[in-house]
Design a binder for this molecule. Structure first.
Ligand SMILES: *Cc1c(COP(=O)(O)O)cnc(C)c1O
Length: 393
C-alpha cells in the first residue's frame, strides 16, 4: 500500500467540475490580475478570519514582506522570530536589511516561546512574528501581552493555520496587527500555484499595503510610495473561491485522522498521552497535542501537519520511505544554523528545544482524502520500524 505525504490529485478529482468551470470563467473574462474573483475571496476570508480587511497577494512570503514594508522597517531594526519555522519567516526580515532575532520554541506546541521573546526585546525591536506552526496557534495572549507592554506590533505567520482557533474562538490572523497566509498548493487551502493573503483590522496599515501591492501608485504611473508587484492572480482566487467551500470539512477530516493516529499509537503501546516531552520505557513516540481543544471550539487545530517525535528519526524515515510511505521533516535545520545567517554568529546552545525538535520531528501523511487503512498501515509500519531499531541495538 502506498501512502503519499499528500495527494493533490485526489483533491482535484473531488472538485473537478467546479474547479474546471472556475478556470474557464476566468479565461472567458480575461480579467487576470486582481478583479472580482480576488475581491470575493478577500471578502470571504476577512469574514472567516474575523478581521475588517483582507488583501490578496502573490504568495505567503509576500504576505509577510508587505506588512513589514508597510511598517517602514529600517536596516538594523530587529524582528523577533522563532528559529524553527519555514525559511520565509526569517527571510523576509533579512531581505529588508533588518536583523532577524532568533528565539527558541515551546517543546509541546513547537511555536515560539513567549518567555524567550521577553528576554530578547531591546530598543531596536520593531516587530514580533510568531508562527502558528503545523496548524495550531502560538500562545497569542502571552505574546500580545509582552508586545503591548513594549509597544511592538505582532505579525502572525498563519501560513499553516488558516481557520485555526485560539482561546475564545479567535482565528489565526485576527489577533495581531496583521496576519499572513499562504495558498501554496500544499497548504490546507491551496491554489494552483503561488498566492497569499494579509488580514488586518488596522485601516491605515490596510490602505498602505493596498497601495504597496501595486507599486505604491493610486493612479497608474503616479507613485506615492515604493511598493512592489504583489497582485494576486484571478485564476488563483477563482480556484480558492471553490476550495474555500470545503475548508471546514477538510479541517474536520484532518482532525479525525490525527485522533486516529494518536489512538492507534497509544493502543500499540508506542506512546502515552499526547503532549509529553520526554521519552521513557513505554514511550518511543511523543504525540502532538491540541492545546486549545475544548467543546467550545471546532477548529482548535487544523493539522497542516501531524508531527510526532522519535529519537532515531532518520533511520525510521528511511524505513518508511522503503515501504512507500511519505513522511517529511519540518524542519531539519533551524534558522540559527542556516548558512545564509552565519553572519549573525548564533550559538546553537541557546536554542535547545529547537535543536532537539530538528533532530526528532517526523511529519506523517495527513490530508482529508486519507483512508483509515492507510493510517493503520502507517502506524503498523512505524511499530515495525521501531521493533527493527530495538533488535539492532
Ligand atoms: C509556506 C509558508 C510560508 C511562505 O509561503 P509561500 O506561499 O510559500 O511563499 C511562510 N511561513 C510559513 C510558516 C509557511 O509554512
Amino acid at each position: 500500500m502506498k501512502v503519499p505525504l499528500l495527494d493533490l490529485k485526489a483533491q482535484y478529482r473531488s472538485l473537478k467540475t467546479e474547479l474546471d468551470a472556475a478556470l474557464l470563467r476566468v479565461a472567458e473574462s480575461q480579467v487576470l490580475a486582481l478583479g472580482p474573483e480576488v475581491d470575493q475571496l478577500e471578502g470571504r476570508l476577512a469574514e472567516f478570519c474575523g478581521t475588517r480587511y483582507a488583501l490578496g497577494v502573490t504568495s505567503g512570503t509576500d504576505a509577510l514582506l508587505l506588512p513589514l514594508m508597510a511598517l517602514n522597517l529600517q536596516p538594523g531594526d530587529e524582528v523577533i522570530v522563532p528559529t524553527f519555522s519555514f525559511f520565509a519567516t526569517a527571510g523576509v526580515v533579512a531581505r529588508l536589511r533588518a536583523v532577524p532575532v532568533f528565539v527558541d520554541i515551546d517543546p509541546v506546541s513547537f511555536c515560539i516561546d513567549p518567555e524567550a521573546i521577553a528576554a530578547h526585546i531591546g530598543p531596536r525591536t520593531k516587530a514580533i512574528i510568531p508562527v502558528h506552526l503545523y496548524g495550531q496557534c502560538a500562545a497569542m495572549d502571552e505574546i500580545n501581552a509582552i508586545a503591548d507592554a513594549n509597544g511592538i506590533p505582532v505579525i502572525e505567520d498563519a501560513a499553516q493555520s488558516i481557520g485555526a482557533q485560539y482561546r475564545n474562538g479567535r482565528r489565526a490572523g485576527s489577533m495581531g496587527l496583521a496576519g499572513s497566509f499562504s495558498f501554496y498548493p500544499t497548504k490546507n487551502l491551496g491554489a494552483f500555484g503561488d498566492a497569499g493573503l494579509v488580514t488586518t483590522n488596522d485601516e491605515e496599515l490596510f490602505q498602505t499595503m493596498k497601495l504597496m501591492r501595486v507599486h505604491g501608485g493610486e493612479r497608474r504611473y503616479y507613485h506615492r510610495i515604493i511598493g512592489g508587484n504583489f497582485r494576486m492572480d484571478a485564476i488563483q482566487a477563482a480556484v480558492l473561491n471553490v476550495k474555500f467551500s470545503k475548508l471546514a470539512e477538510w479541517s474536520a477530516a484532518c482532525r479525525d485522522h490525527a485522533e486516529l493516529y494518536s489512538n492507534l499509537f497509544i493502543d500499540a503501546g508506542l506512546a502515552q498521552e499526547e503532549g509529553r516531552i520526554s521519552y521513557d520505557e513505554a514511550n518511543s513516540i511523543l504525540l502532538p497535542k491540541a492545546l486549545y481543544k475544548s467543546d467550545a471550539l471546532t477548529d482548535y487545530h487544523i493539522y497542516h501537519q501531524y508531527v510526532i517525535r522519535v529519537p532515531q528519526r532518520d533511520s525510521l524515515l528511511r524505513y518508511l520511505q522503503e515501504r512507500e510511505i511519505g513522511a517529511g521533516v519540518y524542519y531539519p535545520v533551524p534558522f540559527h544554523r542556516q548558512e545564509c545567517f552565519s553572519y549573525l554568529d548564533c550559538n546553537p546552545h541557546h536554542f535547545p528545544v529547537a535543536e532537539a525538535a530538528a533532530q526528532q520531528v517526523l511529519a506523517l501523511p495527513i490530508y482529508p482524502e486519507l483512508r483509515r487503512e492507510q493510517i493503520e498501515f502507517v502506524v503498523e509500519s512505524i511499530a515495525a520500524g521501531i521493533r527493527d531499531q530495538r533488535a539492532g541495538e
